[in-house]
Design a protein around this ligand. Structure first.
Ligand SMILES: [Zn+2]
Length: 102
C-alpha cells in the first residue's frame, strides 16, 4: 500500500500498450500468480488483465507465461492485442459481469 503516487501522466498497459489518464482503467497483473507466491507485477489494462486469466490457467501463468516476453510471444495474445487496440474504451469485457472489487 505504500508508494501509490498519483500521476496525471498517461498510464499504459504493458500488454496492449493502450493509454489512459486514469488508474481506474488499469490493474496489477502478477506475472506469477499471487497464489503461487508471485511478487512481480506489471501494469495492465483491465481488459488485458481479464483476458490473460481467460487464456491461461494459473499453472500456465506460473510455469510458462511468467514474463512479458512469453505473454507477447503467444499467438492468442497477439490476436487479442490486435483486437483490443481497436477498442477505444476500457472495460470492454466488464459489460457481461460485475466489476471486481478489491
Ligand atoms: Zn491492455
Amino acid at each position: 500500500m505504500s508508494a501509490t503516487v498519483f500521476s496525471s501522466a498517461p498510464q499504459s498497459c504493458a500488454v496492449c500498450g493502450r493509454q489512459a489518464d486514469t488508474m481506474d482503467c488499469f490493474e496489477r497483473h502478477h506475472l506469477v500468480p499471487r497464489c503461487k507466491k508471485g511478487k512481480e507485477t506489471i501494469q495492465v489494462c483491465i481488459d488485458c488483465g481479464d483476458q490473460l486469466h481467460k487464456l491461461f490457467s494459473l499453472r500456465q501463468l506460473q510455469q510458462t507465461y511468467n514474463t512479458l516476453e512469453m505473454i507477447h510471444a503467444d499467438s492468442r495474445v497477439k490476436r487479442w492485442i490486435e483486437w483490443i487496440r481497436k477498442q477505444h474504451y476500457f472495460g470492454v469485457c466488464m459489460k457481461r459481469k460485475k466489476r471486481r472489487r478489491r
